[in-house]
Design a protein around this ligand. Sequence first.
Ligand code: GLN
Length: 496
Amino acid sequence: MSADVLRMSAASLAAALAGKQITAEEVTRVFLERIRDVDPQIHAFLRIDEEGALATAREVDRRRDGGENLPRLAGVPVAVKDVMTTVGMPTTVGSAILDGWEPPYDATIVAKLRDNLMPILGKTNMDEFAMGSSTEHSAYGPTRNPWDTDRIPGGSGGGSAAALAALEVPLALGTDTGGSIRQPAAVTGTVGVKPTYGSVSRYGLVALASSLDQAGPCARTVMDAAMLHEVIAGHDPRDSTSLPDPVPDFVGAARRADVGGVRIGIISELTGDGYQAGVMQRFTEAVETYRGLGADIVEVSCPNFSYALAAYYLILPSEASSNLAKFDAMRYGLRVGDDGIATVEQVMARTRDAGFGAEVKRRIMLGTYALSSGYYDEYYGQAQKVRTLVQQDFDAAFEQCDVLISPTCPTTAFRLGEKLEDPLAMYLNDIATIPVNLAGNAALSLPVGLAPEDGLPVGLQIIAPHRQDQRLYNAGAALEAALEDQWDRPFIEGLQ
Ligand code: GLN
């Protein structure tokens, strides 16, 4: 039974729980045991909350036995990226500067998990302050890819993605500022969604770049992502950028799974040169699958996407340098060198020197420079103009298409250490995911098989216009169902 539970989708777990074929406590125990067995090799988790998770599970069982009508995902365990504040569990953001910090409040999306009676198994590992594409920048050591433990699980949300791929949890939360949900999903053979900016609350997320950050669902199937997305979406008066829209029927869209007559655009700038052969092969096959399902395939050009990466690496560090100014040894976490003689400035400097890792320092310096007087117009101002051009490219493309597609990233999972000393090579991994963050619209990554040359998962990205996230679920579920017949889910079968 426990092997079955591990491999079940969240949707089938929810059904088994509702039908009383299994109790929430049993389900939670199976996953906790799996974490104990495999996490020493994977290191997806920074903290496990066994007691808290079991308490929620028992409450679910008690209320269900009492005949109560419970939320759809009640009793289905979930993991939370360590960028989200949680009462009763520290929130470190993968940084030494917040080591052991216990937030006094829950992020809105964490509170929603609790309201939905989902046992929270623990907090997942991430690149420090969500800066990175490999989880190697975590101050607590890297997470490993369950497909090959010498490889990276993507980043910054490598912990959530690896936990899903290693069957340690059926659902997880992530954040995506430049691809940190989609790229880890792609390289671990899982599903990740970056919702429309403002449609999921950012309250209680430790900010990286506030105009780009967006939380979203991580799962193993498109339907599971849709279900979790419905739980976390919706207006939040505590987030001033929160949209007032009602939550769309994502589950209904995933159930529809019909791309007949849907216009799907291939973004020519995000294919071809620079993309691994096996990634392109699986992508091209997926396009043919879509064609076979009755979609109209068109080719679109988004010429300004070639400047998106450069603009992002000015806008993100600028916002980050400002957001991270509050980690000053006075208010949160670490304090170094406060010997009674040192000045406040010295304590701040020593703490930031000891508490931040190299990548965080690099970006603070980049951002401070880009914002400095005399350079503001040349760098930050210029990058904002590119941002507008990227948005206009999307607007033009969506006049011809209902959704756009591309590979999620140029390669499969690279080796640990391979890009650590070469920040630019690391940044280039985000080439296909970043335009969406700059424009604020929605995108999903789903697995489309394994690259023949290395046997590692390949992800396909589906992009929808603002506030049309449901299109991701319709198009994603249609492809997922077709690939299941074709490949018998190699992305699940390949797991040890
Ligand atoms: N890899 C990207 C970066 O390093 C994305 C980060 C993110 O989405 N949090 O900035």
